[in-house]
Design a protein around this ligand. Sequence first.
Ligand code: AKG
Ligand code: FE2
Length: 211
Amino acid sequence: MTEGLFPVERARAEVAPGAVHVPGWLSAERQRELVAACREWGRGPVPFQHTVLPGGGVMSVQTLCLGWRWEPYRYVPGTAELPAWLAGLGREALVAAYGEHGGYAPDTALVNFYDAGAGAKMGMHRDREERSGAPVVSLSLGDTCVFRFGNTENRGRPYTDVELVSGDLFVFGGPSRFAYHGVPKVYGGTADPALGLAGRLNITLRETGLS
Ligand SMILES: O=C(O)CCC(=O)C(=O)O
Ligand SMILES: [Fe+2]
């Protein structure tokens, strides 16, 4: 977001070792294609759902999975396929972030929908149900959010708050692969109306290491 007199610089940044933010990575056309794909996936066989946590809490985010299906706190075989083109986009993302993809073969995609009006957010957590140390590729669409990227020890400081805007790529791998992260805030109404999306979509690609 632009605040006050000084536009905030949106340059590529290594937020922590192995954690790379590439602003504006997806073209407007690719963003529209991804939004359309998310809509299609939402029509079935698995709809977007609020995940219920073992303690009874309900996540404010709505999620669907392609490939392996994440449920707290494990992966189970899913019913929706992860398209080859999306895995290919994941490899392209790693080339953009690291200069090479290292044979990246994501076998699950978590698609999260944040309804900003309903206050959807995500608490600090680690993506740690995967048995592979391969990077997580994160693509953002729609409303701008604050993405909090922390450390591998605890949910608190040190952390860095990054604004993820529609089209941004964020990759975390290497020493940052199992770092805590979360989405404390989504700025409702910030999506480009031309995208035709009210709210925020985030797609993360991962290798589960399962077979
Ligand atoms: O929405 C985001 O940017 C992050 C999502 C996330 O951390 C997750 O799905 O595990
Ligand atoms: Fe996560």
